[in-house]
Design a protein around this ligand. Structure first.
Ligand SMILES: *Cc1c(COP(=O)(O)O)cnc(C)c1O
Length: 371
């Protein structure tokens, strides 16, 4: 028998695997529960948009066809939605693919670097590591706000991308659009070869989106990331997109795998954009749920961070363990997100659910605190 000495690249062997939120099936099995609710991954509280479901059923028969290269209908629809030229749009298999491609298109392994906060969204970390790109980090402030002077101080001549998340995950913190524009200006002065990536995955939940987002007036050196995974209810279909300078979009469409957004995903996304009733109902459910959960947790003595997103970060009153609460909720079939992996072990994050889910969650926390 011939012997193989094959080894994957060293930097790949050392990668930490992505740890997703616990799954419903896993918890059902572990605790032998008939029903489990998941409030851990910031998915839509109302499910899949009805119009997207219909669209996916309708085009199921086209599953044997390749998609059209370049997803032209989706690109046009997004250009209309955001009032930008179609040649500035990248769409990918979730924002995750878009983030990976941004790094591969702009930074050279072993030479260039990116700058992020710490903690930050895990995909910024994993894809920088995978692509051999150095990451310079700045800690979040104690109150989880973001120090942009400190961020700029980490930018050097080899920096190519600077990442911020607004509203931030998991804290919910959201800077003003003016502060983000000032950061973009500062970056342009410090390194005109670098771009500012503004990850607005949760921005459409913001009660004052027009003033909080830089979408209305995009700095020339900025990229805006958005997704269909949250407010559009399509996390499982994997569609994300970015608005970028045209030179970058042009490189993207030449370099990307031609069919990474599949036929069902494209049709579902197009239909979700048209399902205004669902989108409005989602906004209403999230707005109401945010108020109810915030008010009730505060009444129990929890510290709740203000959130403009579809999740809330909170800390239990003194003397109660976050890990213990997480476990107690799991036993009752409620999955929320512990934040140990973010280095914020005292805090937890709960995704706004529907009215029933919110009540079950609040009852469970109340019982835990009384136990
Ligand atoms: C959920 C989320 C996304 C969306 O990722 P997809 O790959 O589009 O599902 C992007 N950025 C942040 C910070 C998120 O929390």
């Amino acid at each position: 028998m011939a012997k193989s000495c094959f080894q994957p690249l060293e930097r790949v062997q050392n990668l930490a695997p992505y740890v997703p939120g616990l799954s419903i099936a896993e918890i059902q099995r572990r605790y032998n529960l008939p029903e489990v609710i998941k409030m851990a991954s910031n998915e839509n509280p109302l499910g899949t948009p009805p119009m997207a479901r219909e669209a996916m059923v309708r085009c199921a028969a086209s599953g044997f066809r390749y998609p059209r290269g370049g997803n032209p209908r989706l690109v046009r629809a997004l250009a209309r939605l955001h009032n930008v030229a179609p040649d500035r749009i990248m769409v990918g298999n979730g924002s995750d693919e878009v983030i990976d491609m941004l790094m591969r298109l702009s930074a050279q392994a072993g030479k260039h670097n990116i700058v992020t906060f710490h903690p930050c969204f895990g995909i910024y970390v994993s894809q920088a590591d995978f692509n051999g790109i150095t990451r310079h980090t700045v800690p979040l402030n104690k109150d989880f706000s973001q120090d942009y002077d400190a961020l700029l101080a980490k930018v050097d001549d080899d920096t190519r991308l600077v990442f911020i998340t607004t509203p931030d995950n998991p804290s919910g913190y959201c800077p003003s659009a003016a502060a983000v524009r000032e950061l973009a200006n500062g970056l342009a002065t410090r390194n005109p070869h670098a771009l500012l990536v503004v990850d607005e995955a949760y921005m459409d939940f913001h009660p004052d989106e027009a003033n909080a987002s830089v979408m209305g007036n995009i700095p020339a050196n900025a990229i805006i990331l958005r997704t269909f995974s949250k407010s559009y209810g399509l996390a499982g279909m994997r569609v994300g997109y970015a608005i970028v300078p045209p030179v970058l979009a042009e490189a993207f469409w030449r370099a990307r795998l031609p069919f990474s957004v599949n036929i069902l995903a494209e049709e579902a996304a197009l239909a979700a954009l048209e399902d205004h009733a669902f989108h409005e109902a989602t906004m209403e459910a999230v707005r109401t749920g945010r108020e109810v959960i915030t008010g009730e947790l505060e009444a129990m003595g929890c510290k709740v961070w203000p959130s403009a997103a579809n999740f809330i970060m909170f800390r239990l009153p003194e003397g109660h363990s976050a890990a213990g609460c997480h476990e107690a909720l799991l036993r009752r079939g409620i999955i929320i997100r512990g934040l140990k992996s973010y280095g914020m072990a005292d805090n937890m994050r709960v995704t706004i659910g529907n009215a029933r889910e919110n009540k079950l969650f609040l009852d469970a926390v109340r019982d835990f605190l009384a136990s």
